[in-house]
Design a protein around this ligand. Structure first.
Ligand code: HEC
Ligand code: HEC
Length: 300
C-alpha cells in the first residue's frame, strides 16, 4: 500500500528578492539561447501557467524538443526532484541542463558568460546584486532558480476550502474531491502539490500500454522496474496546462482523468464521476505569482 500524505494548502517560499528579480529578467531573455530567439519563457510562459500549449516545444534553430512535454515551472520549487524522471536534484541544476540542452537553448557556459558580460545592463545589475565585476554562469543559474522559488500559486479555491472556508467549493466540486479520495487518486497525487513527491509507473494496471517510453526513471537508475516510471506530476493549475502526460499525448483533462482510472487504478470511471473530478481539479487554479504582476515591479 502506498502511504498518502494529506493535501495541504500552498505556503510561500522565502527567496532573495533582488536575485529573483534579476532571475526574472534572465528567464524572459532570449539572449540566453544559441540563436538569440528562445528564452526559458518560450516553453514556460505565464500565458500558459508556466508551461506551453504544445505537445512538444520548439527550441533553438527550430528544433523540436522531443520526446517530453513541457511541465509548468509554477510550484516546481516543491518538486522532490526536477524533470519527469528526476534527473536534476534542484532548480539550479535543472536550469544548467536547460541552458546546455541541444534542443532547448543550445548554450555552453563559456558562450553564455561572454554574451552576458558584454551587456551593460547585466554588468550593472550583477554588480549591484552580487557585488561582482565579472558574471560567472553559476550566478545566472542561481538567479533563475531564485526567481522560480517565487512562482508559487497561492490561494486557489481548494486551498481556501482546506483552510476552513467551506463555501469556497460548491457541492459538485466537493463531490469531485470526495471521488478523488475514494477512487484512490490521492494515493499518488497528495501533499501540498498533489503530486511531485514520488515516482510511479504509468500503467500499473495495463500490460501493453500504448504510449511512447520517454525519458523515464529507467534512464536515471537503469533499474528494469523503473521503465515507464515518472515523477507524479503536480495537479496544481492543471486546468491550464494541456496537453497532458509526459509525452503530451492527451489533449483534455477529462481524457487524462479517464486514462488515469484505466492505467493506474485499473477501473473504468463512470463519465459522470469523471466530470465531478474535473470540476474539483479546476478549483486548483491559484493566483498568478506576485513577482509576475505589474505592481511588484514598482515596489522594488
Ligand atoms: C524548448 C523548450 C524549453 C526551454 C527553452 C526550456 N525548457 Fe524547461 N522544460 C522543457 C521540457 C520539455 C521539460 C521536461 C523535460 C523532461 O522532463 O525530460 C522541461 C522541464 C523543466 C523543469 C522541470 C519541471 C518539473 O516539473 O520537473 C523546470 C524547472 C524547467 N524546465 C525550467 C526551465 C528553465 C529555468 C529554463 C531556462 C534556463 C528552461 N526550462 C528552458 C522545455 C523547455
Ligand atoms: C499509482 C499512482 C497514480 C494514481 C493512483 C493516479 N495517478 Fe495521475 N499520474 C500518475 C503519474 C505517474 C502521472 C504521469 C503520467 C505520465 O505522463 O507518464 C500522472 C498524471 C496525471 C495527470 C496528467 C498531469 C500532467 O501534467 O500531464 C492527471 C490530470 C492525473 N494524473 C490525474 C489523476 C486522477 C484524477 C487520478 C484518479 C482517478 C489519478 N491521477 C490517479 C500517477 C498516478
Amino acid at each position: 500500500m502506498l502511504f498518502a500524505s494529506p493535501i495541504t494548502p500552498l505556503v510561500p517560499v522565502s527567496y532573495n528578492k533582488q536575485q529573483a528579480l534579476l532571475g526574472k529578467m534572465l528567464f524572459f531573455d532570449p539572449v540566453l539561447s544559441a540563436d538569440n530567439k528562445i528564452s526559458c519563457a518560450s516553453c514556460h510562459s505565464p500565458s500558459f501557467s508556466g508551461a506551453d500549449n504544445k505537445r512538444f516545444s520548439i527550441g533553438v534553430f527550430g528544433r523540436i524538443d522531443k520526446p517530453m512535454n513541457s511541465p509548468s515551472v509554477y510550484n516546481a520549487v516543491f518538486n522532490c526532484r526536477q524533470f519527469w524522471n528526476g534527473r536534476a536534484n534542484d532548480l539550479k541544476q535543472q536550469a544548467i541542463m536547460a541552458a546546455h540542452d541541444f534542443n532547448e537553448m543550445g548554450m555552453s557556459d563559456d558562450v553564455l558568460e561572454k554574451k552576458i558580460n558584454s551587456i551593460e545592463k547585466y554588468k550593472a545589475l550583477f554588480k549591484k546584486v552580487y557585488g561582482v565585476n565579472y558574471i560567472k554562469a553559476d550566478l545566472i543559474y542561481q538567479s533563475i532558480a531564485e526567481f522560480e522559488k517565487a512562482l508559487v500559486t497561492l490561494d486557489c479555491r481548494f486551498d481556501r476550502y482546506l483552510k476552513g472556508d467551506k463555501k469556497a467549493l460548491n457541492e459538485d466540486e466537493k463531490k469531485g474531491y470526495y471521488l478523488f479520495k475514494v477512487y484512490g487518486c490521492i494515493t499518488c497525487h497528495n501533499g501540498k502539490n498533489l503530486g511531485s513527491n514520488s515516482f510511479q509507473k504509468l500503467g500499473i494496471f495495463i500490460k501493453d500500454i500504448n504510449i511512447t517510453e520517454g525519458n523515464d526513471r529507467y534512464k536515471v537508475t537503469h533499474k528494469k522496474s523503473d521503465r515507464y516510471v515518472y515523477k507524479v506530476p503536480t495537479l496544481r493549475n492543471i486546468a491550464l496546462t494541456a496537453p497532458y502526460f509526459h509525452d503530451g499525448s492527451v489533449k483534455t483533462l477529462k481524457k487524462a482523468i479517464e486514462l488515469m482510472g484505466k492505467y493506474n487504478l485499473g477501473i473504468e470511471i463512470p463519465k459522470e464521476d469523471v466530470l465531478y473530478i474535473e470540476k474539483f481539479l479546476k478549483t486548483l487554479t491559484g493566483k498568478t505569482p506576485l513577482i509576475l504582476r505589474g505592481e511588484y515591479e514598482e515596489e522594488k
